[in-house]
Design a protein around this ligand. Structure first.
Ligand SMILES: [Zn+2]
Ligand SMILES: [Zn+2]
Length: 215
């Protein structure tokens, strides 16, 4: 009765891709599938996971670039979840035009995420927290059963996400980290959108941007 987490690294921006599998119900969720749908599909097929949803921490293209292809290859088609405050960003290609990286634009998401929402995976709960700052519709996913949170580009190990892109705001990001990340149990593992994982306790102590003693 446990959850198994597969972590892949994908694409030119080294995105972290997470496949969460419930070993009891055989259901699974993919978070931020990024650029390499075939790599994701090979894990899904090998483990025989029944993917029920694809969830996005935010609407930047590097997190959803391979989505259209992925959806065409998973049956029945899973739900696609995004916070509505990033819907415009998503529809405009998630910044891919500015970065000059062409992507196939997927359809609109059909599951609107909201703060405090509790999604289920088998008997387990995934809590959605709205954490604007890197983008207006950024969210994190807290998975208490494995003491882990998937935090997108809100916070990295000893770093934070850019706030100079459209809709970004450093004061909003700082508030999101303080109110929504640092209030998680300190032992919670944080898996960011890029780079190595960390923990709530380590960031509270060592993060140079939003840490203890930082104004
Ligand atoms: Zn981003
Ligand atoms: Zn990113």
């Amino acid at each position: 009765m446990s959850l198994k987490l597969h972590l892949l690294n994908s694409g030119p921006l080294e995105n972290n891709v997470i496949i969460l599998q419930d070993e009891e119900s055989w259901e699974g969720i993919i978070f931020d599938p990024s650029f390499d749908p075939d790599e994701v599909l090979s894990v899904v097929e090998k483990e025989q996971i029944n993917i029920t949803s694809l969830l996005f921490t935010h609407g930047h293209f590097d997190h959803f670039a391979g989505l259209a292809y992925l959806l065409a290859n998973i049956k029945p088609e899973p739900r696609v979840g995004l916070h509505p405050a990033d819907l415009e960003l998503w529809r405009q290609g998630g910044g891919s035009v500015q970065f000059r990286i062409p992507i196939e634009l997927p359809a609109d998401p059909d599951l609107m995420l909201e703060h405090g929402q509790r999604l289920s995976l088998g008997k387990h709960v995934i809590e959605v927290r709205h954490t604007p700052g890197h983008s207006p519709g950024s969210v994190i996913f807290h998975i208490p059963a494995i003491t882990t949170a998937i935090v997108g580009d809100l916070i990295f190990r000893q770093g934070v996400g850019r706030t100079d892109l459209d809709g970004g705001s450093f004061p909003a990001l700082k508030k999101s980290v303080e109110n929504q990340v640092y209030t998680l149990p300190p032992e919670t593992i944080l898996i960011p959108g890029h780079g190595p994982q960390t923990s709530v306790a380590d960031e509270m102590r060592y993060n140079p941007y939003v840490g203890a003693g930082v104004d």
